[in-house]
Design a protein around this ligand. Structure first.
Ligand SMILES: Nc1ncnc2c1ncn2[C@@H]1O[C@H](COP(=O)(O)OP(=O)(O)O)[C@@H](O)[C@H]1O
Ligand SMILES: [Mg+2]
Length: 614
């Protein structure tokens, strides 16, 4: 999605810091774990040092005639054992708590993302594929989980080893210490080189990855189409094509990192050899003790382990970073519509609506709605008609604040709706869309979206009003029946009646029907006409409909053309006027007439008789 690519510039380090920043709600525990890690790193450094001292005591005893007693070694050995034990205990603690912390935060981050995405405007969801959003959530949270774990289990100690302990070795023997630094520099150089080479490649890989998910989830959401159009082969071929493209892009990246691993291993072996040779030479010059050589061999081995782990981690972070960026980019998308400072709860509104010279544009260039003004008194039914794309949905979107007007204002009961909290405004407005959008849950649960604490009686009543109780009663488990994904187990008319029942249960003073019946055939539409009338009673209602028969009883009809209201009035008035509406009516009547039986006199525009009403 467009937003997802907005921040590829977010640097590698910035991504990592942001991932760690997600631990903020449990910052105290995180800090304790970091301190434990530092202590661990210190203990691990002390071990080779003590071991080296012991070797020096042993070699010194060998050269002198004073017998070596346990009393000489006891303090060193017990300190060594003590540090060893401490390391084990500390690492067990870290492993245990780091895991718990990571598990908790993973789910918390997912929940936060979910809330955030649900709050994003419909204009965002119109362009962001749900499969991609889901992928970003699962992979983002999963990736962070892994990064946190490796931070607490390994990285933190590795960084401590590199930045604190490595300089400390200078105090033990600076000549040998310099060699270790060369080793670190070599690792750093190799890793940076490979990072630079593969960064762009990996971004491409991530794009292929997202395409793959989008493709697959798109196909899974349209299985009936794929099957009925005999497209199974071509869909699966297309998916394989996406997989091939992904693999082709991923392979060079993997080769580079494999090369990095080999180079690291080689420099590790060379360093060990180097420490040994340099140490022996220094020893011969009297510049290093055998104990120091032993200690540095240990340091080197430990450091190599740390470095390999660090390179592996950078690699993992690198492979994850595109996913993280996508995740954060979505998290950074701000809802355009948000509660204003000092917005108040609307309570229960009366339902008197006024649009005052409202204009809106999606792209900042072309106005989708221009200077729209109209009023609706409490209880009135207002119909919006006009060609597709003439701005009807946008106008009503402005009423329930899918977006805010660029100019003008929308007023309910005398208050600019931007002065009301979003949640309280939406509580007062019921919306029924063309696509009923049911959840794969029981009918009960679907209706309770409208009112979570609805009683059985209220649900039964809403079903009754929506003319749905009869077919629900026929279902095996009644209202407890689980409906399939997107309500595919029900017919279009049944689904829409449930959607109406859901809105009715909310019992809002204002109702919006955005082409609620457009997907239904005329007969089904007539069947649910009673449901619509029930939904309209005692509310201010806005209806967008194509079939003019549906809008005939409206108190006022607003005729839209290219974002503007060009005519308004009651059905009879508009017909008499012989303008755009009368033309639309005539065209529709003609279409209807030619499909069935010819009706005489139908062609005279402006005097269309009532058969329109159906
Ligand atoms: N999410 C969107 N992003 C950009 N343009 C849009 C979007 N939705 C609608 N439009 C444009 O705004 C205009 C009005 O659309 P709309 O209000 O949906 O019309 P109607 O409901 O009357 O068919 C159209 O030109 C349409 O292409
Ligand atoms: Mg529309």
């Amino acid at each position: 999605m467009g937003e997802g690519r907005a921040s590829p510039s977010m640097s590698f380090l910035a991504v990592y810091l942001r991932v760690l920043g997600q631990l903020r709600p449990e910052a105290r525990l995180a800090v304790v774990l970091v301190l434990a890690n530092l202590a661990l790193a210190g203990a691990q450094f002390a071990e080779p040092l003590l071991f080296g001292r012991i070797v020096d005591v042993l070699t010194a005893a060998q050269g002198s005639d004073k017998p070596l007693g346990w009393s000489n070694l006891a303090p060193l050995v017990s300190a060594w054992a003590g540090f060893g034990l401490f390391s084990i205990l500390a690492s067990v603690m870290v492993a245990l708590h780091a895991d718990r912390l990571a598990h908790r935060r993973r789910l918390a981050v997912m929940a936060g993302y979910f809330d955030h995405v649900l709050n994003l405007p419909q204009s965002f969801h119109a362009t962001a594929h749900s499969g991609r959003l889901l992928k970003a959530m699962l992979e983002g949270a999963g990736g962070m989980f892994g990064l946190w774990l490796s931070f607490f289990r390994e990285n933190c100690a590795s960084f401590a080893a590199l930045f604190i302990l490595l300089p400390a070795t200078l105090l033990v023997n600076w000549r040998l210490a310099l060699l270790l630094m060369v080793l670190v520099a070599a690792f750093g150089a190799v890793t940076t080189f490979v990072l630079r080479r593969t960064e762009d490649l990996q971004t491409t890989v991530e794009r292929h990855n997202s395409d793959l998910v989008e493709r697959a989830s798109d196909a899974l959401g349209n299985v009936p189409v794929i099957q009925s159009f005999a497209r199974i082969d071509s869909e699966s071929r297309a998916l394989r094509g996406a997989i091939d493209a992904l693999l082709a892009a991923q392979m060079p990246v993997l080769s580079w990192w494999a090369a990095a691993a080999v180079a690291s291993r080689a420099s590790a072996t060379l360093t060990l050899l180097g420490v040994f040779l340099l140490g022996t030479w220094l020893h011969l010059q009297g510049l290093a003790s055998i104990g120091e050589i032993v200690a540095f061999m240990n340091f080197a081995t430990m450091l190599i382990g740390r470095l390999e782990q660090a390179v592996g981690f950078v690699n993992a972070l690198f492979l994850q970073s595109a996913k993280m960026r996508e995740f954060f980019a979505i998290l950074d998308t701000r809802p355009v519509v948000a509660d204003r400072q000092g917005a108040r709860d609307a309570g229960r509104l009366e339902g008197a609506v006024a649009f005052e010279l409202v204009s809106f544009s999606y792209d900042g260039k072309r106005q989708a709605v221009r200077d729209v003004s109209f009023t609706a008194k409490f209880g009135e039914t207002i119909a919006l008609v006009g060609a597709t794309g003439s701005g009807k949905s946008t106008t009503l979107g402005l009423l329930h604040r899918v977006f805010d007007p660029l100019q003008g204002r929308v007023v309910i009961d005398g208050a600019d709706i931007r002065d009301l909290t979003l949640a309280s405004l939406r509580r007062n407005i019921g919306v029924v869309f063309q696509e009923p959008m049911l959840f794969a849950r029981s009918i009960d649960e679907n209706l309770r979206i409208g009112k979570p604490d609805a009683t059985r009686a209220e649900i039964a009543r809403a079903l009754e009003l929506a003319q749905a109780s009869e077919f629900v009663a026929r279902l095996a488990e009644g209202a407890a029946t689980r409906i399939s994904e997107r309500g595919r187990s029900l017919s279009g008319g049944e689904r829409q009646r449930l959607a109406i029942a859901r809105a009715l249960l909310k019992d809002p003073p204002i109702m919006i029907f955005d082409e609620a019946t457009s997907a239904l055939d005329a007969a089904t539409e007539r069947q649910i006409q009673a449901a619509l009338e029930a939904a309209t009673k005692g509310r201010t209602t806005f209806v967008i409909a194509h079939r003019l028969a549906t809008v005939r009883n409206a108190d006022r009809i607003l005729v839209f053309d290219h974002g503007e209201i060009v005519e308004s009035g009651a059905f009879g008035e508009l017909m008499a006027r012989g303008g755009l509406f009368a033309g639309l009516a005539a065209a529709q009547f003609m279409a209807g007439a030619s499909a069935s039986a010819p009706v005489d006199g139908a062609a005279s525009v402006g005097r269309i008789p009532l058969p329109l009403a159906g």
